[in-house]
Design a protein. Structure first.
Length: 298
C-alpha cells in the first residue's frame, strides 16, 4: 500500500492557516513570511492533489477537502509535539519552564516577584519567549503564557491573575492644565486609549453616570507600557489596570486625581496553559500555585 507523508513544516503551516484563515497571522505565529507560508501550503496541495483553501484576495476559506483534512491531522500533529516535549523532559530538562508573558505585566507584576518563586523552587529554570499576540494560537513549545483579554482562548485553561480593576491616572503636570477634581472633569479631559480595551472607557462612563463622549477617543496604544509613558508625558488621562500604575503613582510620576475606579470583568491578565501540560509538569504546577497565591496577596 502506498503511503503519503507530508513534511512537518507543511503540516504546521496548514493547521495554523486553517485556524487563522490568514497567512499573515500564520506567518507571525511560525516566524515565517506570508510568502513562505503560501509556498508550503502550495507544496502540500500539490502532494495531496487537491486545493485545501479558496483564495479570494485577502480572504481565505477552507475547501471541503481542506476542512476534512484539518479534522484528521490537527490532533495527531499536536500529539507529536507533546510526545516530543515529553521525551525532551525525560532526558533531564524537566526543570526548564518556558513562559510567554505580555511585556507590561512582565516588568510591572512578574519580575519584581520572581525572586520569591526562584527561592522556593531552586531546581526550576525559567525561559521567557516572545509574548503571544491577541490572535495567536498557543504553541506546543510553551508551558504557560500570561495573556491579556477576557480569559477565553482555544485549547488552554485560563486562571485570572490581576488587572480587572481600572483607575484613571495622569501626570501631575497635566493637572496644572486640566484641574481634575470631579468625575465630570475627567470625562471632559483628553483620553488615552488601549487598542484592545477601547470599551473600558464606556464601562467607566456607565459606572459613574457620565454621558458617552460623542467625539472620537484620543490616541490609541497597543501596550499599556507605552500608554503609561504617554500619561507621564502629560498627553492625557489613561484608564489602566491599577497594578500597572501603582509604582508610578507611588513615585509621583503619575497621580490618581479622583477616586473613580471601575471593575471590568471582561479584561484582565490570565495565566494560560494546556490542561494536559499541567498534569505532566511539576514545575508548571509549582509556578501556577505560586502565581495564584501572589494574586490573592495583591
Amino acid at each position: 500500500m502506498r503511503h503519503c507523508y507530508p513534511n512537518v513544516a507543511e503540516l504546521l503551516a496548514f493547521t495554523s492557516a486553517a485556524r487563522h484563515l490568514n497567512f499573515s497571522r500564520t506567518a507571525r505565529e511560525l516566524g515565517l513570511t506570508p510568502s513562505a507560508v503560501s509556498r508550503q501550503i502550495a507544496a502540500l496541495e500539490t502532494l495531496v492533489g487537491t486545493p485545501l483553501f479558496v483564495r479570494e484576495g485577502r480572504n481565505l476559506t477552507l475547501t471541503d477537502a481542506g476542512r476534512r483534512y484539518h479534522e484528521r491531522v490537527a490532533e495527531p500533529l499536536r500529539e507529536i509535539g507533546n510526545a516530543s516535549l515529553e521525551l525532551m523532559t525525560s532526558r533531564g530538562e524537566s526543570d526548564l519552564l518556558t513562559i510567554a508573558s505580555v511585556p507590561t505585566f512582565t516588568t510591572k507584576w512578574l519580575i519584581p516577584r520572581l525572586p520569591d518563586f526562584l527561592a522556593r523552587t531552586p531546581g526550576v529554570t525559567l525561559s521567557f519567549s516572545r509574548h503571544l499576540s491577541h490572535g495567536d494560537a498557543f504553541p506546543f513549545t510553551l508551558d504557560a503564557a500570561v495573556r491579556y483579554g477576557d480569559g477565553t482562548w482555544e485549547g488552554v485553561v485560563s486562571d485570572y491573575v490581576d488587572g480587572r480593576w481600572f483607575v484613571p491616572v495622569c501626570a501631575p503636570a497635566f493637572l496644572a492644565r486640566y484641574p481634575l477634581n470631579h468625575v465630570a472633569d475627567i470625562a471632559r479631559a483628553p483620553r488615552l486609549v488601549h487598542s484592545q480595551a477601547e470599551e473600558v472607557w464606556g464601562t467607566w462612563e456607565a459606572r459613574y453616570g457620565v454621558a458617552p463622549r460623542a467625539q472620537r477617543p484620543g490616541p490609541r496604544f497597543e501596550q499599556y507600557s507605552v500608554l503609561l509613558q504617554a500619561a507621564e508625558a502629560s498627553m492625557g488621562v489613561g484608564l489602566v489596570p491599577a497594578f500597572l500604575a501603582r509604582e508610578a503613582v507611588a513615585a509621583g510620576r503619575l497621580a490618581e486625581p479622583v477616586d473613580a475606579g471601575v471593575d471590568v470583568p471582561l479584561h484582565g491578565h490570565y495565566l494560560c496553559y494546556p490542561r494536559e501540560r499541567l498534569q505532566r509538569r511539576t514545575a508548571l504546577q509549582q509556578f501556577r500555585e505560586w502565581m495564584l497565591a501572589q494574586a490573592v496577596q495583591g
